[in-house]
Design a protein around this ligand. Sequence first.
Ligand SMILES: Nc1nc2c(c(=O)[nH]1)N(C=O)[C@@H](CNc1ccc(C(=O)N[C@@H](CCC(=O)O)C(=O)O)cc1)CN2
Ligand SMILES: Nc1nc2c(ncn2[C@@H]2O[C@H](COP(=O)(O)OP(=O)(O)OP(=O)(O)O)[C@@H](O)[C@H]2O)c(=O)[nH]1
Ligand SMILES: [Mg+2]
Length: 448
Amino acid sequence: MPATVTNDTIVAIATAPGAGGIGVVRLSGPAAPAIAEAICGRSLRARHAHHVRFRDAAGEPVDDGLALLFRAPASYTGEHVAELQAHGSQPVLQLLVERCCALGARPARPGEFSERAFLNGRLDLAQAEAVADLIAAADVHAARAARRSLEGEFSRRVEALAAQLLALRVQVEACIDFADEPLDTLGGEALGAALEAAVEAMAELTAATERGRRLRDGLHAVIVGPPNAGKSSLLNALAGSERAIVAEVAGTTRDLLRETVRVDGIELTLVDTAGLREGGDAVEREGMRRAAAELARADLAVVVLDARDPAAGRAAVAEALAGVPQRLWLHNKADLLGAAVEPPLEPDALRVSARTGAGLDALARRLRQAALGAAPAEGAFSARARHVEALRRAARELEAARVALGDETLELAAEALRGAHDELGAITGRVAPDDLLGHIFSAFCIGK
Ligand SMILES: Nc1nc2c(c(=O)[nH]1)N(C=O)[C@@H](CNc1ccc(C(=O)N[C@@H](CCC(=O)O)C(=O)O)cc1)CN2
Ligand SMILES: Nc1nc2c(ncn2[C@@H]2O[C@H](COP(=O)(O)OP(=O)(O)OP(=O)(O)O)[C@@H](O)[C@H]2O)c(=O)[nH]1
Ligand SMILES: [Mg+2]
């Protein structure tokens, strides 16, 4: 664990900027009690609310409010913490911060309170990230999920898997010590079974973490299809306003158009793209290139075809779809279908009309399913792309361990298992390089 200087005392306004009913200045560090007591002009009993006058250097009252003292280690950061709860006036709060600094505190960096909570073992890294995600949550679903991660739901699952991997490492290391004997006689079969179980647990946790990541970041869905199929019309229908230009001529959309829309409580980044077809002028070809690049990063491709001739555009998009994790096929302009000539619909496709709105409810449900996966949202925890990536790397290491075990190259298996174990450690911060911590905490707001 990286050691940091925590013999200094930090201070920041903990409440949001702007005028408010109440505003809180928070101090953390060894001098927090003395600084707060100097400003309040009296001693403070830990975990008691005192109604006091906050005074400046000249003894003039700055404001009256409540003072709270938390003695280490029973505080958010694990250090001495003091709070001056004043009226929510920015000038008053700034005066109080300046006074704290004159008395020996220094302004906190973004996320520094939570960083200290992490460094003092009050929160692990995934929990500290969940604090920031809770604060930034866009809706109650995301907030509830962040709350579960803050409570340690995600961390416990990561740690359970890490314990499984540790047990495997111990077994493999033990076998290495008896390298002269064949693996069979050393319980190689049980080892293989334990590794399979870990692979399965890893896959399960990765899927749940993916869902948690989508709860936090939303689903990145890219609308693609042949020109004129109604992609821009669909974006407008889902966004509820005329964001994109719609026109009868094919090749209307050239550039990417991004919209954040909420569908059924899920945040979606929807991206409208240029229609894909052979040929086109230079601008249109650039548009198609951008569409393909956007697709390569998508969670979901929403493929829009013309319901009257769905086969027509399919070939043009097929190539671009390779590698996209999920696809949703739409036959748009259903309103133009005469009942008698309906072309058959493939099993997973939806028939919609961006013009009349028909089928858009069903589409919303499918988008929600795509975002959350098949599992219900109950019990969902929030997670970040960083966590998903670490789990993916861990899964690759496990795969390498499986191959190595099959080859009876136990040193390689041990090495791969160690790699997988360390990846999990980086999620909770058990193994955390300094630059990772700096990266994570600097994205917090000041005062958190
Ligand atoms: N006024 C105020 N409200 C706040 C915070 C705060 O710092 N100040 N929080 C800050 O983010 C959150 C609450 N988080 C907190 C976490 C731990 C402790 C604390 O004193 N923990 C001790 C005692 C445990 C107990 O008695 O429950 C400990 O863990 O040992 C306080 C607040 C949200 N609301
Ligand atoms: N009848 C009917 N017309 C539609 C529907 N959706 C789109 N259109 C019409 O189809 C034409 C093309 O729509 P756009 O939304 O611009 O199609 P696009 O796929 O974005 O086209 P490009 O940007 O050129 O690739 C317009 O004239 C729309 O009004 C629909 O559901 N029903
Ligand atoms: Mg368009």
